[in-house]
Design a protein around this ligand. Sequence first.
Ligand SMILES: CSC[C@H]1O[C@H](OP(=O)(O)O)[C@H](O)[C@@H]1O
Ligand SMILES: Nc1ncnc2[nH]cnc12
Length: 306
Amino acid sequence: MSLPETYASPVSLAIIGGTGISHLEGFKSVASLTVPTPWGATSSPIVILETPTGAPVAFIARHGIHHQFTPSEVPTRANISALRSIGVRTIIAFSAVGSLREEIPPRDFVVPSQIIDRTKGIRPSTFFESGIVAHVGFSDPFDEKIGKIVKSCEGALVGGSKIHEGKTLVCMEGPQFSTRAESKMYRSWGGDIINMSVIPESKLAREAEIHYAMICMATDYDCFRDDAPPVNVAEVMGHMKANALNAQHLVGALLEELVKEEHADLLSGAALKESSKWSICTAPAGIGKEAKERLKFMFPDYFPDA
Ligand SMILES: CSC[C@H]1O[C@H](OP(=O)(O)O)[C@H](O)[C@@H]1O
Ligand SMILES: Nc1ncnc2[nH]cnc12
């Protein structure tokens, strides 16, 4: 059955699905939006789901519905700007990660608090360029309040999976996995888990003034253990089957909690309101016309003359 291609109300909450999560089950799908952006097409249509209480939630598949975009190819600026343009102010992003610590076994979940960026500078990672410069703060890349709410939903997980907090996520370029030397080096740097996705997604969400948290699901021990075989895709996908089911349980509990009135500040984007506007360094008279036209897509109020 084909879904309506429009949705009348703003949608303030979004979920980004990663490896093994190309759609969300258990919710009513009410629309499928194709949102063209100044940064091109999104990686998948934006599906609007409704929670049992009727709250709308946007869902987008990071790698496309067939997992056709490599981590370096994901059109992240399109994804984030499209979500912002439909009203999104909070994003919960899912990611399959390698564990760099014995105490984080496959099938445990992690809400990271820090990032070490090991991408290679080849992914477009800012909205503010070519005629406009801004430097937003990124010291604490994840929203702590959302992290605490995720942890409070730990009881929804089955099979003994735990949620670890306060961990450091290394983001590598890929698509090849790490060497053993790199894996050990990341551990010596304080890295706890590793993926290929959190950069630039988290940076762009910050620039778009969207609260962002990542729910990482461990699938392997990467390759730091000399006495064990290294990570491979079959191992990742095997654990992701169980993780995806658990993610489903977690999302049910999490959405029920997040849409409560007491979290209205999160869904309105209160903590980041106008944070990018005040990070712009370019003098108004010097901001290029095309830059203003692009950014108007996300920030219609900031550039009234565009
Ligand atoms: C299939 S293993 C590597 C792949 O898995 C993770 O994807 P995602 O973050 O979208 O769940 C990792 O970041 C890599 O892209
Ligand atoms: N070991 C690993 N390295 C990078 N990304 C991953 N995603 C899942 N496992 C991973």
